[in-house]
Design a protein around this ligand. Structure first.
Ligand code: NAI
Ligand code: COI
Ligand code: MG
Length: 356
């Protein structure tokens, strides 16, 4: 199989974990006789530095004709004081919008060997296996107006959604539950927000179409609490953009580190983009110690969802598990025994397991 993959390394640890993904893909290509053609493009701070825009048109054009897109992460202190339209994060939001990547799937499943790496009690996280289905192209991160008034005495951000935008992500939530454990938790703030009231009405309407799925509504504040007190009560969580952003970082605690959480950002028909849930981790950028696992699990999701290469995806996932089993871990994981390794060493260990 021949596939063209656009690579968007971005900033901070982005290029370090992208190197890991490329090494793994080359290993998979060799083992299974595929050809992956890599097309590196600029996004985020790297694009601002070179082309004075966080999202060059060339990047959008390349992504549109690719078979899939892999993204590292964007952002960093260097650009934090830039005007809003020249911030790296604008590039990320822009590519999500340009490719209509409305559905962000964030699976949260810890490896049993890492139960003790979480600050939560083992008996609480044991058995937790959930999927956050996050709306990705609407809500507060995109609503207009989003601005300050002239004398800086007032500010506005806008939370706007159309019914259609809500319907398609809620459908995705139900469909995801159907192929998992048939439980859907819809997270909103319907006791306060008009947008959440419409969201809840749509969930109630839609549940007639998915009679095999059990539905519950949980307010976002309570959901944040339940995620870390009773995580195994969740199967699929469907929610709007910002709630999903926040809850998924929180959920990563179940896995031991934010560096373990992958994601797939999917369109209705177009190209898919795969990226770790974490950011550019400026505090460890350049040290060679970033955890590549979130990026590599995202790469496995790309093989599965965009290329239907189920066996290849599973080989990567199993190799990661085998390495963790052997006691390899990066510095972000609070593991007491085993061998603390660098990004490159972790990647090499995973490659060795794939080649076995
Ligand atoms: N998808 C993206 O590109 C995202 C970009 N950002 C941007 O990233 C920058 C930093 O944001 P933060 O709030 O610090 O969030 P972050 O997710 O980059 O880092 C939070 C903490 O987790 C650690 N961490 C994250 N990924 C790791 C990995 N793979 N291995 C080891 N440790 C890891 C970091 O070292 C840091 O202590 C900001 O500019 C932010 O806007 C934030 C979230 C997502
Ligand atoms: C620019 C942000 C919205 C990125 C982020 O935090 C995320 O997608 O998780
Ligand atoms: Mg986030």
């Amino acid at each position: 199989m021949q596939k063209k993959i656009v690579l968007l390394p971005g900033d901070g640890i982005g290029p370090e974990i992208m190197d890991a993904a490329v090494d793994i893909l080359e290993t998979i290509a060799k083992k299974f006789n595929h050809q992956f053609i890599f097309d590196y493009q600029l996004i985020g701070g790297a694009a601002i530095d070179q082309l004075n825009t966080p999202l060059p048109q060339q990047t959008i054009n390349s992504c549109e004709v690719a078979d899939a897109v892999l993204l590292g992460a964007v952002g960093g202190p260097k650009w934090d004081n830039n005007p809003s339209d020249l911030r790296p994060e604008r590039g990320l939001l822009g590519i999500r919008k340009a490719l209509d990547l409305y559905a962000n799937l964030r699976p949260v499943k810890g490896f049993k060997q890492l139960l003790s790496a979480s600050p939560l009690k083992e008996e609480i996280i044991q058995g937790s296996d959930l999927l956050i289905v996050r709306e990705l192209t609407g809500g507060l991160y995109f609503g207009q107006p989003s601005e300050r008034n002239a004398d800086q005495s007032a500010v506005i951000d806008t939370l706007a959604y159309t019914r259609k935008e809500m319907e398609r992500i809620i459908d995705k939530g139900f469909q995801s539950a159907q192929i998992r454990n048939k439980k859907l938790t819809s997270v909103d703030k319907a006791n306060v927000l008009e947008s959440s009231k419409l969201w809840r009405e749509i969930v109630e309407e839609k549940k007639q179409m998915y009679p095999d799925v059990e539905v519950e509504h949980v307010l976002v504040d309570a959901a944040a609490m339940k995620l870390i007190t009773n995580p195994s009560s969740f199967d699929v969580i469907v929610t709007e953009n910002m709630f999903g952003d926040i809850l998924s970082d929180e959920a990563s605690v179940l896995t031991g580190s934010l560096g373990m959480l992958p994601s797939a950002s999917l369109a209705e028909n177009g190209v898919g983009l795969y990226e770790p849930a974490h950011g550019s981790a400026p505090d460890i950028a350049g040290l060679g110690i970033a955890n590549p696992v979130a990026m590599l699990l995202s790469t496995a999701m790309m093989l599965r969802y965009s290329f239907a290469l189920e066996e290849e995806a599973t080989v990567i996932e199993k190799a990661i598990e085998a390495c963790i089993d052997k006691g390899y871990y990066t510095a972000d994981l609070a593991v007491k025994s085993g061998e603390k390794v660098s990004t490159k060493e972790m990647t090499q260990a995973i490659i060795a397991c794939i080649e076995e």
